[in-house]
Design a protein around this ligand. Sequence first.
Ligand SMILES: [Cu+2]
Length: 220
Amino acid sequence: MRIFTRSLALAGGLLVVTAPLASAHVTVTPDTTASGGYAVLKFSVPHGCDGSGTTKVSVQMPESIPTVSATIGYNWTINKVMTPLPKPVDIGHGKTINERVSEVVYTANAPLPDGYRDTFELSVKLPEGKAGDKLVFPVIQTCEVGETSWIETPAPGQDPEALAHPAPTITLTAAEAEGSTASTATSTDSGTRDIAFVGLGLGAIGAALGLFAAVRSRKE
Ligand SMILES: [Cu+2]
């Protein structure tokens, strides 16, 4: 029994140690995936290249996202690589562009040591696409020694978890209904208003009952 419990503890310990490392790859976390929506994409770099510190991170942008606004980072110099477009693209608000941001390159002022993480946020307009469409953001991580290319995408039917260096990827969801954020706001407002009215009403009834009881007891 003692051997059994010890080996169980050992196995448990191993699981705990290895689990976070395996899943801690360069990833992207969008605050929304709604087709055509404005999203903030948070890229995270959780470790270096085989123990070596990160000196540069380059994020390649899909053609369907031609413009991007990058959040300033204290330790990184940001460079947007521009690529000419075959024809002008209307990006709304009466603006037309002739070149797109094909890559966002972060160069470290001081290497990000292995064992430390950092995140990089990009504000973008997601393309008008179908739910299920994939947006792939290949990332090249350059380190003091070596480089890691997070560019792999799964073959049809392949488990993405099985990839050694998966490219950060998001899956589009259906577009949000027009004004959906606004409508939810108003519905909540009217909801609270109703509750407030009910509360007021009950309060008034309570007060009236109290008054009535007081008057009656005085009469008696
Ligand atoms: Cu990893």
